[in-house]
Design a protein around this ligand. Sequence first.
Ligand code: NAG
Ligand code: NAG
Ligand code: NAG
Ligand code: NAG
Ligand code: NAG
Length: 344
Amino acid sequence: MTHTSQSLLALAASAAYVAAAPSLESVCTPAYMRDALPADDFYDGITLDTTSVTASPVTNVSVMNSVDYPDSEFDYCNVSFTYTHNGRNDQVYLALWLLSPDNFQSRYLSTGGGGYAINSGSSTLPSGIINGAVSGETDGGFGGLSVSFNDVTLLANGTVDWQNVFMFGYQAQHELATLSKQLTRQFYNMIDSTKLYSYYQGCSEGGREGWSQIQRYENEFDGVITGAPALRWAHQQVQHLYSNLVEQTLDYYPPPCELTKIMNETITACDPLDGKTDGVIARSDLCQLQFNLSSIVGKSYSCAASSSMGGAPGGGSSSSSSSTTPAQNGTVSAKRRGSRQADH
Ligand SMILES: *[C@@H]1O[C@H](CO)[C@@H](O)[C@H](O)[C@H]1NC(C)=O
Ligand SMILES: *[C@@H]1O[C@H](CO)[C@@H](O)[C@H](O)[C@H]1NC(C)=O
Ligand SMILES: *[C@@H]1O[C@H](CO)[C@@H](O)[C@H](O)[C@H]1NC(C)=O
Ligand SMILES: *[C@@H]1O[C@H](CO)[C@@H](O)[C@H](O)[C@H]1NC(C)=O
Ligand SMILES: *[C@@H]1O[C@H](CO)[C@@H](O)[C@H](O)[C@H]1NC(C)=O
C-alpha cells in the first residue's frame, strides 16, 4: 500500500468518525450543557448561574395545527438556565430547545411573545427545531415563562420599574440572542469560520420584539418574521380604550351585528380603492376621503342566533362554558361623536 493510499484511508476513517455525530442522549446532560455555556466574560455585565442549568432529552414530540409551522414530529434537548445582571438582584430565565447534532443545520432562532408576554411558552419553539435550528426564548426576568409584563410594570411603591420596561422593550431579546448563539456555537463545536445563521420569529407583541432588534442591532439576525408588529404602545393602548370610551360617552352600546354591518359596508366601499379587491383595505387614507360613513345610516342588518362552545375542541364540553348570542335585527343608527343631545 502506498503512502498516499494509506493517508486516504486514514482520511476516510476520520471522516467517517466525524460523520457519526453523538446522540442527543449523550450530549443532552446538565454537565455537557454547562461546558457549552458562554464564558463569564463573554457578555459585559451579565453573570450566568452555572448551577441553574437543566438539560434533558424530550423524544417523539408531535405538534400539529399551528399557524407557525407544519405538523411535525421531533426530538429535542430541553435546556434552561438563568443569569443575573451584575449589581441588580434579578434573575433572567432562558429556555432553549436544541436538536440532536446530526439534525443541526447551523441555525439559531429567537422567538417572541404576544399580548403582554415576552415569550409564547412552548408554542413557537418547534419552528426552529423543524428547520434545523436551536430555538430560544426568555422570561425577561419577570419571574418565569408564564409571567406577563403587565404583572411586573410597577414597583411596590407605584413607580415605573424601568429595568423591566427596558428588558421588555428590547434588552432581554438582545441578551437572549447573544447568549444563545454563543451557547449554540459551543454546544455543536462550531469552528469560528462556520457561519451560524440566526433568525427571529414572532407575531403581534412578538412582531414588535423583532422590530426592536432590527432597529438596534443590525447584525443580530440574518432573517426575521415579524408578523403584525404591535408597535407604538402609547398610541395603541389609547386606541384600545377609544371605542369603549365613545360608547360610554354616547351611552350607546351597538349590538355586535350593527358593528359587523358597518365593517362589511366599509370593506365593500373601500377594499377596491387600493387597486385590489381582496378583502383588505390598504388605503385607509383614501377610504377616509371617499367613503361617506353616513351613507350606511338606516341600512338594515340581521344576524342569526349563534352559540359558541368553550372547553375542549371537538365537542364534549360542558354547557357551563358555552355562550349563546341571540338573533339581532335592526338598522344602523346615526349615533356618532357629538350626536348625543341631538339624538335624544
Ligand atoms: C420514538 O419513536 C421511534 C420511532 O417511531 C420508536 O422507535 C421509539 O421507540 C419511540 N421512543 C419512545 C420513547 O416512545
Ligand atoms: C423542560 O425543562 C423545564 C425546566 O426544567 C421544565 O419546566 C419543563 O417541564 C421541561 N419540559 C418538558 C417537555 O420536559
Ligand atoms: C420606589 O421604589 C424604588 C425601588 O425601591 C426606589 O428606587 C424609588 O426611589 C421609589 N420611588 C418613590 C417615589 O418612592
Ligand atoms: C358580513 O359579511 C360576511 C362575509 O360576507 C357575512 O357572512 C355576514 O353575514 C355579514 N354580516 C352582516 C351583519 O352584514
Ligand atoms: C353623506 O351621506 C349623507 C346620507 O346619505 C348625506 O346626507 C350627506 O350629504 C353625504 N355627505 C357628503 C359629503 O356627501
